[in-house]
Every structure is written in structure tokens, then in C-alpha cells.
Design a protein around this ligand. Structure first.
Ligand SMILES: O=C(O)CCC(=O)C(=O)O
Ligand SMILES: [Fe+2]
Length: 213
């Protein structure tokens, strides 16, 4: 479930310096960032297909809220089905995880955050399901530092709903539609956010950069 960081932390060329800079500036200035076309159309399509196949095979389970023993299934609060990613499960997932590892290193360079790992799951929200406003940091585990969501839905239109709605303090809410290839990033501990219900299946990869304990 976790991708361990490694000693051979070598920046590579998948993430341009310009993109790193934009993401760093956004997070610093406003606590969130949206990057369109973060994934190529081909990679996004392969990941969407994998997510659908896993859903059809029954691999995704109803997501709970809370942690460990205290986990409860509350479809009224959270309606997605999830499965955690493992390294080596598919070439598409490995490409995605590699890209996110580049991003982890870039964030460490910009902010000295000491992010050590990235954990991620596929999420599938059937039509009409949502996720009520919450923070991504657990009361008893403050390692989640930056949240990252990548959307996998071709041809998403505003009338389909399903936006990620963020609530920055003292500012108007921001809505991000779950369009294929798009990346949304925000500070896990301080950005309240929610997923609005949609009229069609809503597929994504949600993940968290975690700092050392
Ligand atoms: O899918 C999204 O836009 C956000 C998902 C989310 O907030 C979560 O999984 O914690
Ligand atoms: Fe969240």
C-alpha cells in the first residue's frame, strides 16, 4: 500500500522544472493547485480502464471513515469504493507512481517537507454518491501532508456535477471538475474539501504524500 522512498532518489525528466515551479508557487500562495494534462491521455485512459476492470471484478470495497479499529462505513458521509495501489500491479500504475515520486522529490526540494512516501488508492464514486466536507489528516496520525487527486474521466461536463469543492479559509470556495488527466493538490491538514454528487461514474486516484513520523 505504501511506496517506500529509496536512497536512489534521482530527479528525472518526467516532470518539467516549470511544472514543479508552478505547483510549488500555487501551494505556497494559496494552499492548493490544479494542473490540467498532468497525465497524458494514454496513461489516464489505461488507468481508467484498470479502475473499471477492478471495480467489475469486485476488488474495490466501500470506503470507510476514520482509522483502524474505529473505521466505519457511512455511505451518507462517504460513498466511494476504493482499492489501494501496490507497486508492480500494472505498468500504468507504476508509471503513475513514478510520476508522483518525482513530484514528492520536487516538493521536498521546494519546501523541505521531508516527504517520505506516497500512498494512493483508486476511487470509484457511483452516480449520486459524495464525500462530505472533511480534512485528510487523522486526529491520531499527522503524517499526511499534501493530498493529490488525479481524475480519470473523459469528456466530463459541468452538468455532470462531481466537482471537488475546496473551502480555503476566508476565501470563496473553489470547484475542480474531475476531468481526465487533471491533478488537484492541496494541504492535507488545512484545506476542508468535499466531493459533490455526480450523474455518472466518477473515477480517480487519490493519494497522500506523508512525512516522516
Ligand atoms: O476525489 C476527490 O476529488 C477528493 C477525494 C477525497 O477528498 C478523499 O479521498 O479524501
Ligand atoms: Fe479528502
Amino acid at each position: 500500500m505504501h511506496t517506500a522512498s529509496s536512497a536512489q532518489d534521482e530527479p528525472n525528466t518526467h516532470l518539467s522544472e516549470e511544472l514543479e515551479l508552478r505547483i510549488g508557487n500555487d501551494l505556497f500562495d494559496q494552499g492548493w493547485s490544479q494542473q490540467d494534462g498532468f497525465l497524458s491521455a494514454g496513461l489516464s485512459a489505461a488507468l481508467a480502464e484498470e479502475c473499471r476492470a477492478l471495480m467489475a471484478a469486485g476488488a474495490l470495497k466501500k470506503a470507510g471513515i476514520g482509522r483502524g479499529e474505529e473505521q466505519t462505513i457511512r455511505p451518507d458521509i462517504r460513498g466511494d469504493h476504493i482499492v489501494w495501489l501496490r507497486t508492480g500491479q500494472s505498468p500504468a500504475c507504476d508509471s503513475y507512481l513514478q510520476l508522483m515520486d518525482q513530484l514528492r522529490l520536487a516538493l521536498n526540494r521546494s519546501f523541505f517537507l521531508g516527504l517520505e512516501e506516497y500512498e494512493s488508492h483508486f476511487a470509484f464514486y457511483p452516480p449520486g454518491t459524495a464525500y462530505q466536507t472533511h480534512l485528510d489528516r487523522f486526529r491520531d496520525d499527522d503524517k499526511r501532508t499534501i493530498s493529490a487527486v488525479i481524475y480519470l474521466n473523459e469528456g466530463w461536463l459541468p452538468e455532470h456535477g462531481g466537482a471537488l469543492r475546496m473551502h480555503p479559509e476566508d476565501k470563496p470556495a473553489i470547484e475542480v471538475l474531475p476531468l481526465a488527466g487533471r491533478l488537484a493538490l492541496f494541504l492535507s491538514a488545512s484545506m476542508p474539501h468535499e466531493v459533490l454528487p455526480a450523474t455518472r461514474d466518477r473515477l480517480s486516484l487519490a493519494g497522500w504524500f506523508r512525512r516522516r513520523g
